[in-house]
Every structure is written in structure tokens, then in C-alpha cells.
Ligand binder design. Structure first.
Ligand code: CA
Ligand code: CA
Length: 169
């Protein structure tokens, strides 16, 4: 009985392990540039970089309080480069509004993400999709004041260009 019980337990554990180690499905955390066999990243210099990348005319915009780029209804283009770069945009509401923020970029060139921050720089929501070209945020803002859009690269390891589009309704 005791031997059979242990054997049964081993069987259960084996079944659990084989489930946990099933790599046939899609990789949930696949990222551009990641070697799926070793799960390692190439060096930043080896990552794809557009040779014709234009400089980011909105720089410096690394601080929400001191240097955020003003944005109104419409679009602005920017670039995360170097990978540690963070870009802040500021828009002002005079009354409650429904805002839509679309971050347009090519995911295969480098994964970048977007966040919406409130008047005190606290994150309200984020767009951090995997393996998609664009991030979309929709949010209802109840108070007037200055709000902030933060654009940055996943784990600060990618460079990429983007367009951020703001709609206020
Ligand atoms: Ca930038
Ligand atoms: Ca910046």
C-alpha cells in the first residue's frame, strides 16, 4: 500500500511537471530579440535600429513636472532612444472628459509602452500589450487639471520611434 501510494504520488508529480514544462504552446513572454532557446537577450547594440531614425524634437521631456511636451487633440511623433529614455507629454482638461490615447509603433522594432498619469503623476492605467503594434488607452477623467502621458520601452531595453495620438471627448 505504502509503495503504491508513493508511486501514485510520483505519477501525479510527473504529470504536473510535464504540464509545467510543455513548451509547445506560444511563449507568453516572447519579446523581440529574445533567443527562445536560451531565453537570453542580445546586447542593446545588436537590437534592430532604423538607420534613418530622426532625432526626437520633443527632447528634453524626461520629467513630467519640469519638461513634459504639451499635447492637445491630435498627434505628436517621438522616439525612445537611448533605451533608458522616457518621454512625458502633458495635456490640460478644463472639464471632465473621456480620453483616448493611441501609441502607434512597430512592435518588431522594439516593444514600447504607454501610461496615463493623473495630476499628481500617479499612474491611472497603462497600455502594455504583447506582440501588438499599437497600444490603446481609454479612460474617463473626472477632474480638470494637467494629466500626463508617459512613453517608455519595456524594461528600458529597446529603442523605437512612435506617434502618440490624443483624443479628448
Ligand atoms: Ca524621446
Ligand atoms: Ca525623453
Amino acid at each position: 500500500m505504502r509503495t503504491a501510494g508513493v508511486s501514485g504520488l510520483v505519477g501525479l508529480l510527473s504529470a504536473a511537471c510535464s504540464l509545467a514544462l510543455d513548451f509547445d504552446g506560444p511563449l507568453l513572454d516572447a519579446r523581440p530579440g529574445v533567443d527562445s532557446a536560451t531565453n537570453t537577450m542580445p546586447t542593446i547594440d545588436a537590437l534592430p535600429r532604423r538607420p534613418d531614425a530622426a532625432p526626437d524634437l520633443n527632447e528634453p521631456n524626461d520629467s513630467p513636472a519640469a519638461s513634459a511636451t504639451p499635447i492637445a487633440m491630435g498627434s505628436l511623433s517621438g522616439r525612445i532612444d537611448p533605451a533608458e529614455d522616457v518621454d512625458y507629454f502633458r495635456f490640460t482638461l478644463a472639464a471632465p472628459a473621456h480620453v483616448t490615447i493611441v501609441l502607434k509603433y512597430h512592435w518588431l522594432d522594439g516593444d514600447i509602452d504607454v501610461e496615463l498619469l493623473d495630476t499628481k503623476y500617479k499612474r491611472l492605467t497603462q497600455g502594455v500589450g504583447l506582440e501588438t503594434d499599437d497600444e490603446v488607452i481609454e479612460w474617463d477623467l473626472a477632474d480638470s487639471g494637467d494629466y500626463f502621458i508617459k512613453v517608455f520601452s519595456y524594461q528600458m531595453i529597446f529603442t523605437n520611434g512612435y506617434t502618440v495620438q490624443l483624443t479628448i471627448l
